[in-house]
Design a protein around this ligand. Structure first.
Ligand SMILES: CC(C)(COP(=O)(O)OP(=O)(O)OC[C@H]1O[C@@H](n2cnc3c(N)ncnc32)[C@H](O)[C@@H]1OP(=O)(O)O)[C@@H](O)C(=O)NCCC(=O)NCCS
Length: 149
């Protein structure tokens, strides 16, 4: 399939909200508006935020968002992919792989060679996708505490 990857623009917000709503079952326009804002600030200096979309025939069919984070959890600077989504009509055609590759190369260009993400343990499809993209289990484990009422 013919598609291209480009940097996210402000007018992509609606398409990203829609893809995420289809994939997650919930529309979150305010969350996405706030999350995308750092990308459009002049200079996009700090914190380092990267965002790309996949486009075919003028339609946004996928997105990826990532940021550089230093010294969180004691880790030197690394890249975190915090969102990826591909419209189901265009699934399994290499769009996710291309988005992931673009963001990883953009980090590498900035001297960041470790890229991380977080996936639900039982989300076999997304785990398979990241495995196919070259990711493997990292050195951290997530811990959580449920506070009783
Ligand atoms: C994960 C996701 C981005 C993959 O996008 P995609 O464009 O369909 O993926 P690709 O076509 O690039 O897949 C590349 C490889 O990853 C693996 N893969 C992708 N989707 C898979 C699935 N549903 N089940 C198993 N393996 C899968 C396969 O190995 C695939 O290669 P193949 O098609 O030649 O077998 C997409 O399914 C999605 O948007 N999922 C929901 C969003 C989400 O939960 N995001 C994560 C939290 S932010």
């Amino acid at each position: 399939m013919d598609f291209r990857i480009r940097k996210i623009q402000e007018q992509d917000l609606q398409a990203i909200v829609e893809i995420d709503a289809i994939r997650s079952g919930e529309a979150k326009p305010d969350f996405w508006r706030k999350r995308l804002q750092p990308l459009f600030r002049a200079g996009n200096g700090e914190p380092l935020t990267l965002g790309y979309v996949a486009v075919t025939g003028g339609r946004v069919i996928g997105h990826i968002l990532a940021e550089g984070r230093a010294w969180e959890f004691g880790s030197p600077m690394c890249g975190w992919i915090f969102a990826i989504g591909v419209h189901p009509d265009y699934a399994r055609r290499g769009v996710g792989l291309a988005l992931c590759r673009e963001v990883c190369l953009a980090f590498k260009k900035r001297g960041i060679h470790t890229i991380r993400t977080m996936v639900r343990k039982d989300d076999v499809d997304v785990l398979s996708f990241f495995r196919a993209s070259g990711f493997h289990a990292g050195p951290f484990i997530e811990l959580e505490l449920e506070m009783k009422e």
